[in-house]
Design a binder for this molecule. Structure first.
Ligand SMILES: C[S@@+](CC[C@H](N)C(=O)[O-])C[C@H]1O[C@@H](n2cnc3c(N)ncnc32)[C@H](O)[C@@H]1O
Ligand SMILES: [Zn+2]
Length: 304
């Protein structure tokens, strides 16, 4: 079933400038944005650029009270100096009303080696902005290491005066992880979807998923104004969130659609409509969603 919030269909991605698209999204309607804008025109993305201040203002307007925006950015080095654009953007977000809830680090375990007089560039910022206090926080936890879990020893004495010591472990074996998140990037690591690498600057699926699980609940609306290969919307779909996405490049929207449809419920498009059988080819059949103009090959006819 197609869901609509006022002027815009949910579970859909659109080939348009995000500023045009966001105009159709009502005030206070998005639970979580996870996005990575073009950085400092580091990669020119077929010549496209964006008006940062207007995008920030629109993000504030469409975010629900308690909603969160995760802004993943790094800085270019121009004439020997890092631009600092990331910091300027972060401060601007606070000037227009967002809280800077957390400055997190996305560390790459296997960064691209660079030559020159600097240490290996191995991280980007993940600024977590919230509109008021975050309404959802499902912290990711990890098992405590043995030493962290040990409690002070308790000593008792036997009747003969010798000592027995007992170690009591804490009830909770888990601890909340740190705000530095480390991922191995590249082919088969960032994603297993080979076609995603037709985009030059994807972030890892796990990064998007970790934020989606942390700052939203099932059924919430997740948004990405700069879709790229569609990582955020794919992970929203896989984790039962609703989604909206924009990219100005037709090629990347097409790529995202083909990526998304593979992960939709069997027999259905990611938009919620039933897929229509088109044709048989040997072992596989071609199904389409005419609304989304997207095709998918699946097992034998009737088998989806
Ligand atoms: C850093 S990439 C996003 C990558 C994405 N996070 C992923 O994992 O694939 C930024 C994207 O913004 C798009 N873009 C640039 N200007 C835009 C605009 N004004 N509106 C919408 N998309 C835009 C580019 O085409 C590019 O795909
Ligand atoms: Zn569809």
């Amino acid at each position: 079933m197609t869901e609509i919030i006022e002027g815009i269909e949910l579970n859909q991605i659109y080939n348009e400038d995000c500023l045009d698209g966001m105009r159709r999204i009502p005030d206070n309607s998005v639970d979580l944005t996870v996005t990575s804008p073009p950085y400092d025109n580091l990669r020119m993305y077929q010549g496209f650029s964006f008006d940062f201040e207007r995008v920030a203002a629109e993000l504030y307007r469409i975010t629900k009270d308690g909603g969160v925006v995760v802004w993943v950015v790094g800085d270019a080095t121009i004439k020997g100096s890092e631009t600092g654009t990331s910091f300027r953007q972060a401060l601007h977000f606070t000037e227009i009303g967002f809280n800077l809830h957390d400055t997190m680090i996305y560390q790459k375990k296997n960064p691209t080696p660079l030559r020159g007089n600097r240490y290996q560039q191995s991280f980007e910022y993940m600024f977590v902005f919230s509109k008021g206090k975050p309404k959802t926080f499902n912290p990711i936890k990890t098992k405590k290491k043995y030493m962290e879990n040990r409690k002070v020893k308790h000593y008792n004495r036997r009747a003969d005066g010798t000592q027995i010591s007992r170690e009591y472990k804490s009830e909770d074996d888990m601890k909340v992880i740190s705000n530095i998140w480390t991922y191995t990037v590249g082919l088969n690591n960032s994603t297993k979807d080979k076609d995603a690498f037709n985009h030059p600057a994807i972030f890892p699926e796990k990064l998007a998923e970790d934020h989606i699980l942390s700052w939203s609940n099932e059924g919430d609306v997740v948004f990405d104004p700069f879709l790229g290969s569609g990582t955020t919307v794919k992970m929203a779909l896989v984790n039962n969130r609703k989604f909206i996405g924009f990219d100005i490049s037709e090629e990347y929207v097409d790529l995202s659609k083909h990526r998304l449809i593979r992960y939709a419920e069997d027999g259905f498009c990611y938009c919620g409509k039933e897929l229509i059988w088109q044709n048989d080819f040997d072992e596989v059949c071609l199904y389409s969603c005419l609304d989304c103009e997207v095709d998918v090959f699946k097992g034998s006819k009737g088998g989806i």
